[in-house]
Design a protein around this ligand. Sequence first.
Ligand code: NAP
Length: 517
Amino acid sequence: MNGAYLIGGENRTSSETFGGIEAATGQPLDGAFSITPQGDIAQACALAAAAFDAYRETTPAARAAFLEAIATALEARAEAIIARAMLETGLPQGRLAGELGRTTGQLRLFATVVREGAWAGAVIEAALPDRQPLPRPALASRTIPLGPVAVFGASNFPLAFSVAGGDTASALAAGCPVVVKAHPAHPGTSRLAGEAIAEAVAQCGLPGGVFSLVQGPGNDIGTALVADPAIKAVGFTGSRRGGVALMAVAAARPEPIPVYAEMSSINPVLLFPGALADRAEDLGKAYVGSLSLFAGQFCTNPGLVIALDSPDLDRFLAAAAQALAGVAPQVMLTGAIAAAYAKGIATLTAGEGVSIVAAGPDGNAQSGAARLLTVDAAHLLANPALTEEVFGPSSLVVRAKSTDEIAALLEGLEGQLTATLHITDADHALAAPLIPVLERKVGRILANGWPTGVEVSRSMVHGGPFPATSDGRSTSVGAMAIHRFLRPVCYQALPDALLPQALQAANPQGLPRQTFA
Ligand code: NAP
């Protein structure tokens, strides 16, 4: 396996190396990966800055073709990528094949979005020379990309949110060169995806600096990347601690830059009385399916369920407990994540008023065992630490005495990616007053489903107030993610010849434009 990192399309090695670890066994895998030294990180950033003007001026058609070429190059390596990712992450073949499809699908979605052109935000207002008391000059605006973007690959989506994942696709679609800091838990998978992007860069005749891949464990690499003056924005998925640390690095720069970090969320699920009366057992089983899917290693894991205390809630819990007791321990992404999960469960179960309703069988140090816990609302309100994310196959069910208590619980929650309502028509009156509260707290509200399984589409919002993300004004999944890496520029009274093509009278790129007299 090639252990070189990629600086502007060039393979480079260093004397210091690290290796991949087999998730299932904790044993070293074949291949030594060069750790990118500080000088090469700086060079990757300098090459990205040098490539920026040429890359951002590519036509929508050329940029879309580049995104499609990346998708094709990934597909050509599908077998090797999936085989290596299985070893490095412990995720099964089917999941990784699906995730590769999602990765290429989102690259192609962004190709379509780029061709359509609405992202360019072209708005034209004609001059009003005769306006009284003052004339109005000709005004026009469009968006331009921010500049080179640093992307941090996520451990839990080694393809769809890693080297060639959503952050990279949306930044490249916007016209930003990208420097990826690979997640150290899947260096071989990262290398293969990086090769695919570098191949597409060369094939499309783009400057090499459009893409670089830096590798290695230890916070110094990510810190240097975010601190580099050439970097103008950051995309990150991972822990709250890591995201907050990188926000601090970005804010402390002489020129602070935006950080789009997706960090931590427990995704409250509200079970309403009508739904519980109708289908408590089915809900209990489906809940366990969602919370234990791929060892619960999803940012959208349903970590908190809230319901009025009732015999129907007991039925739900009994069905969930029965299903959960049969969930076998599953390999987690890394030994450190498995250890953090075990520690999180220990902290949660030590909380006053918390009890374990059901436990799946325990596994080894590499795996996570499913856990179902309950607490009453009063204890949770008294101890908000119980709502901190425990990343893995567990969830906490909260018994509330009244709808007022439920409203108080929701008001007390930190920002979340999602909130789920299980309802029937009879529940609408109870649910309606909670919707405005949820809108303030989350990025996506869904009914009669489960939050895991995020559609990559035009209207998807995978975001939310802190700490779900560092900037709730955007999404990291779906077509709208492109807007994170763009900013508007206004052109006042510029002659047509000096305007960008997007705003010239002839509209040579055929972009959609809003025109006002
Ligand atoms: P992580 O520790 O936050 O690491 C993510 C990336 O950021 C890695 O490349 C890491 O590389 C880098 N990094 C972390 N802290 C940094 C710092 N202070 N300065 C510079 N770079 C830093 O996330 P993880 O390894 O994926 O998982 C750890 C925990 O994060 C999990 O147990 C879980 O609690 C949480 N997590 C949450 C989600 C979610 O979607 N909500 C997803 C994944 C993980 P280096 O360590 O090499 O610097």
